[in-house]
Design a protein around this ligand. Structure first.
Ligand code: BMA
Length: 812
């Protein structure tokens, strides 16, 4: 096989540009314009709006490449991704037109290439002009997310690139994934499907390989090499090549793959190669994890369960919703994704939902999830909309669904495929325009067409029609009793965070609270004069209408009015972290009834006020640090009601844990008023109410007390939690007087030792440099107790520059 990679520097022209500039492929128009200084940074100030208008233009990428025609047999050009409306010309001859960024294109080049120098030109048509034309053409009113540009439903392009309630309207364009010419003499591997059949001691792999045989008269061989997780060969097999080959391989003593927290993530390698006359032609390698995944829906006293079972073991899914990582897709790299996913796994996230309004992530996303043990709930890319099902549209989405399933279905991490985000609940309960027709279109798309394509491409994968859903048929999609649930009473409907306790879902796949990013991130897009949450620029970076008012409202329920702008940002992160914690702890306390909580949302695609735990620059919000604790496999949760405390231990692990539980009710100077110790068994895979304590506290005492609970296991593991019996805003905190010492351990590792004279809440350590990570932050310091936080930094840290802040400091 000959492969000519067309990645590299191309020439970019447009009526927008006076002269051509260099363009990077794979890449994007905005990325290239930004590099060339032709547009301002769209993530700063209100530049988004001017930069959006740039996309009213067409842009053309062009380059030349050399061909030795006598060497080629069957040349084809492969576009792994074009964003989106394009015309492709080779040597000025029209090769194809495209209109779907979510699929791969392969075109025969035999009649297009010439000896020597060839030219390729890709004209990217304005996506804005395209959706406006289509909107006028269809002229029908259908429901679609109101924060995105009207007409986004007509183009198979990441919906959120047209704006969302956390995303800018920046519909970029580009040749966004790899592009290359491939030439095969005899045959190429088209498609590989692996099926696993597990029994007690062994796994049987069925491997089907579809090849396109170009020269049917030639004799070729296909061989399969299997390697175990230590890269040791455990089998080689070969057959004569046909259009459809099948291998069956038995793996004895299989090493099973598990989600993080349940076991290891061993990965086997499947290597396929084609040979002709003893010479290698082409190769395909994939890594698989041996495991079974089922979504169990059993009738039980609460309705019907919805639980992910891996290797027959129920897994409580803990994690978040994942959106596109950068509105300028070209800036997402293996390293940025690894950084994000490693952080999530380090904070005990064992599941992520790839939300349906973005892109189908790149292969390395799934590789990383396989390696880290993160289960993937994969939405198909349909979100908050009703789609016209024209023949052309149906054909596009069939290609798209099939392409992506073929690409990702072998990954160990892939738990399920879901038809869309919120479309079933929209057509059922939101009184959408053209309701009847919308329901018909909905059923046709997600319950007739797509299930057939999913079944054909990956019969082993579980298909779930929508999120949320009760299983389909427009039957109470957001029920608490069946299926998954989205709960937005808290936040969108202004309920206090205590509202979470009134909801008892089987699997909570969305809920969340917004916050502002930290001051460093805000300072990226705002000038000093903009540092007020109701300034024009701050409102430009808040896409959920009136949400800044809402953040204030939630602050008012839990905290005092903060003394200044940085304190307001900090306290906004506390309402988010505390709110989400409150919900998750409640759902984990009902282990078995609820079997999953995925908060909205893990990450951001630009610097903005949003529901994210990790901001665009990967700076961690309070929610991130809280999540490490509220998702820990062993967790203490205190269910407080007035002055009563129910003390629970949640144990996700597969064995019972024994230990000693200690509780102390103390004042803020550390004087213990009441205390107790008891031995406690945390039953495996369940939540156990260990004890209930009733405290008799006067109003003043409520403002001056904290209950601390610690559980020490027989294996010296320690978990803890705390609660007060009044909201934070009413606590009479005392100036904490925190003493610190920074010790350098090696070139990049430090330790910060802290001690406080009085109870300090939500203590944050920070340095005025980037690239610093903390083993914990936004933590509580109990009086006269030493605490050590591990710090890693790429830059040298100075103790004098270290800042310590706690809740006390946010009040005047
Ligand atoms: C959801 C999501 C997104 C949205 C989020 C916050 O329901 O599906 O559409 O961004 O809420 O409003």
């Amino acid at each position: 096989m000959i492969q000519i990679d067309l990645a590299g520097t191309w020439r970019l022209t447009s009526a927008f540009l006076e002269q051509p500039i260099n363009g990077r492929v794979p890449g994007s128009v905005y990325f290239d314009l930004l590099q060339a200084g032709m547009i301002p940074d769209p993530f700063v100030g209100d530049n988004e709006y001017a930069v959006r208008e740039v996309m009213r233009h067409d842009f053309t990428y062009m380059r030349t490449f050399m061909i030795n025609a006598s060497e080629l047999h069957h040349p084809e050009i492969v576009f792994e991704g074009i964003d989106t409306v394009s015309e492709i010309r080779i040597n000025h001859q029209l090769l194809a037109q495209t209109c779907n960024m979510h699929r791969r294109y392969r075109f025969d080049l035999r009649d297009f290439l010439v000896e020597g120098e060839n030219e390729i030109e890709v004209v990217l048509r304005s996506p804005i002009a395209y959706i406006e034309e289509r909107t006028a053409f269809f002229n029908r009113r259908f429901y679609h997310a109101g924060d995105a540009m009207r007409g986004f439903i007509y183009l198979r392009k990441a919906s959120s690139m047209f704006g969302w309630d956390w995303g800018p309207q920046l519909p970029d364009a580009g040749i966004w994934r790899d592009i290359y010419i491939e030439d095969h003499r005899f045959a190429r591997i088209d498609d590989v499907r692996v099926k696993q059949t597990h029994s007690s001691e062994e796994v049987v792999l069925d491997i089907w390989v579809d090849s396109e045989v170009i020269h049917p008269d030639s004799t070729g061989m296909i061989s399969l090499e299997l390697e175990d997780p230590s890269v040791k060969s455990i089998g080689s097999y070969a057959q004569a090549l046909k259009n459809h080959n099948h291998f069956q391989v038995l793996i004895s003593e299989p090493q099973l793959w598990w989600p993080v927290g349940y076991g290891d993530q061993p990965l086997y390698t499947v290597r396929l190669s084609l040979h002709f006359d003893g010479l290698p032609e082409s190769e395909k390698t994939m890594r698989i994890g041996l495991r079974t995944i089922e979504i169990r829906q059993d009738v039980d006293p609460w309705g019907k369960s919805f639980a992910i079972h891996v290797n027959q073991v129920p897994v409580f899914a803990k994690g978040a919703n994942y959106i596109i990582e950068d509105n300028l897709l070209a800036r997402q790299t293996y390293d940025t994704t690894r950084d994000l996913l490693t952080a999530a796994a380090s904070a005990n996230h064992n599941a992520l939902r790839v939300w349906g309004g973005g892109i189908y992530p790149p292969d390395y996303f799934y590789d990383l999830c396989d390696e880290l043990g993160i289960l993937v709930w994969q939405d198909l890319m349909f979100s908050c909309a009703v789609y016209e099902l024209s023949d052309a549209f149906v054909s596009e989405i069939e290609h798209e669904v099939t392409d992506n399933l073929q690409r990702i279905r072998h990954h160990a991490c892939l738990a399920l495929i879901c038809g869309n985000n919120e479309n079933e609940v929209a057509v059922t309960s939101w009184h959408v325009p053209n309701e009847k027709l919308s329901q018909e279109l909905y059923l046709r798309q997600y319950e007739q067409l797509i299930p057939l394509w999913v079944e054909k491409a990956s019969p082993e994968l579980f298909y779930w029609p929508s999120s949320p859903s009760s299983g389909g048929g427009l039957d109470e999609p957001n029920s608490e009793e069946r299926g998954d649930m989205h709960y937005w009473g808290v936040w969108h409907n202004n309920e206090p965070i205590t509202g979470y306790r009134n909801v008892n879902p089987r699997f909570m796949s969305e809920f969340g609270i917004q916050s502002f990013p930290c001051i460093e991130t805000v300072s990226y897009f705002a000038q000093p004069e903009d540092l007020n949450i109701f300034s024009y620029v701050m409102e430009c970076h808040q896409k959920n209408q009136t949400a800044n008012d809402k953040i204030l409202q939630y602050i008012g329920k839990l905290f005092r009015y903060p003394k200044d702008f940085p304190s307001l940002l900090y306290v906004s992160q506390l309402i988010q972290a505390e709110g989400v914690r409150y919900g998750v702890e409640h759902w984990r306390r009902q282990y078995g009834r609820t079997m999953g909580t995925l908060y909205w949302q893990l990450n951001d695609c630009w610097p903005v006020a949003s529901w994210s735990a990790i901001d665009y620059f990967h700076r961690k919000k309070a929610l991130f640090y809280h999540s490490r604790k509220f998702f820990a496999p062993l967790m203490i949760s205190i269910e407080e009601k007035d002055t009563e405390a129910g003390i629970w231990i949640v144990n996700d692990r597969l064995s019972d844990i024994e230990g000693i539980l200690q509780w102390e009710l103390m004042d803020f100077s550390g004087h213990v008023i009441e205390h107790g110790t008891l031995s406690a068994i945390a039953k495996k895979q369940s939540a156990t109410l260990i004890t209930k304590r009733m405290f008799s506290l006067s109003q003043v005492e409520k403002w001056n007390r904290v209950l601390r609970v610690i559980y020490r296991t027989c294996t010296s593991e320690q978990v803890e939690n705390q609660v007060s019996f009044a909201p934070d805003k009413h606590l009479r905190l005392i100036r904490p007087e925190i003493k610190t010492r920074l010790i350098q351990r090696d070139e990049s590792r430090y330790e910060c030792q802290l001690e406080s004279a009085h109870f300090a809440k939500y203590v944050v350590i920070s340095f005025p440099v980037d690239g610093v990570s903390y083993s914990d932050n936004y933590f509580h310091l109990f009086p006269n107790e030493k605490r050590t936080i591990e710090i890693c930094s790429m830059n040298a840290l100075q103790e004098a520059e270290m800042e310590i802040q706690s809740l006390f400091d946010t009040y005047v």
